[in-house]
Ligand binder design. Sequence first.
Ligand code: HEM
Length: 439
Amino acid sequence: MSISLDSLDIHRPQRYATQGFPWAEWDLLRREAPVFWYERDDVEPFWAVTRYDDVMTISGNPEVFINGGPRLRLALKGEPELLRGGLDEFGKSRGWDPQEPPDMVFMDNPRHRHVRKASSWAFTQGCMRGLMAHFDDLSSTFAEEFIAELEAGHAQGQAYDFVHGFAAKLPLAAVGEIMELPGEDWKRILIWSEAMIGEVPPEHILPGESVTQAAERSMNEFRTYLEVMVQAHRVEGGGPSEFINRMVDAEIQGEPMNDQQLIGYLFLLIGAGNDTTRNATAGGLAALLEHPEQCELLCAQPDLLPGAVNEILRWTSPVISFLRTATRDFDLSGTLIKKGETVCVFYPSANRDEAHFEDPYRFDIQRTPNDYLTFGYGAHFCIGTNLARAELTSMIKALIPILPRLELAGGATRIANTHVSGYSQLPVRLRAAEQSAVA
Ligand code: HEM
């Protein structure tokens, strides 16, 4: 089917679920209209920015293109922006400040810089080095559990979902470890964090509830949980989590954070790391299995792992888009962006920009250089970059011994979301040749 600038669709969540990322549409935009005024009936217009250099320019000029404007996520007209939150019934019942941004992503400098500092100490490369052995142990256990499930169902030809059976486990455990949250709570936290992107497992939807209502309820449960957690750490001498104690004690421009600010902060840190890393892992497995020569290369030379992790991050690009608002007129590569207008950067498109990456549609674990924009750039550059890389490294390392035994089983499902996307389910099974090995 031919596509045209007038009709192409890069903004409907459902499109991402049914057809995956709009690669052909982004290719056309990069080629013919890299800064494109995107107007459709069901969305407020915005500038679609698809080239690598332009995404860098926008992200590198946070005083011109701010996060604290009216729009930060693509949303269809009339749809509530689940992530923005604002003052819903939960916030009103607690007398929260309606002017307070939900979290640091919605903030600009100077406040943003100070708020970011309150937790960035926990995500340095040094901290990750200290956690790596533990991540490796956890990943090995999760891989053993997954392969045991596959082996148990193999005789019946059963497939298992890699997303929930493996990929979702470490991101949750890791952030739980860093924040020192009780292990028995992680299962609940996973369900809550899925609700943040509108994914609610059917068994968690109450009779008469829509998915949106179930997601809202889940998020309120999550915030109540965090509220109890924060209050337990406000007591004299602190609570059991050193991380939360430090957050409670942190001062932002001379002031400690109140419950609203702390709950928003923890909510962000837990949510931002789960879905993104899980989607990179699931997309990474799919990429390796779809490119057997790269998979064989990695299995034969595991020292290529760091390059493989980087290429998986470029290839999967789980964060799709972010909106920014222009604070003044700005010439973006020859197109005038007017003050007050919205720009939308598309990271996966930047990561396939042929002007920046040689043969960008080649999945190449030895690609070098590989300076992808998967974690953004500039003031809001992902705070969890080191953590995400450490997790992904550890998970792929644990998979290497079993990769030759796996194959995709078809029937993958994708998330209907224009902000963070990827696989919601990725069925995997043992190869047919495994029959005798398992028997
Ligand atoms: C593969 C996994 C991940 C990807 C693809 C990803 C991607 C991103 C992107 C694109 C941004 C926005 C950058 C920008 O505006 O320039 C971001 C911000 C952020 N990420 Fe990640 N992220 C991942 C993992 C994590 C993890 C594990 C954490 C856990 C702490 C995390 C926490 C955050 C936070 C708190 C921000 C907001 C930073 C700010 O506004 O200053 N992310 N991430």
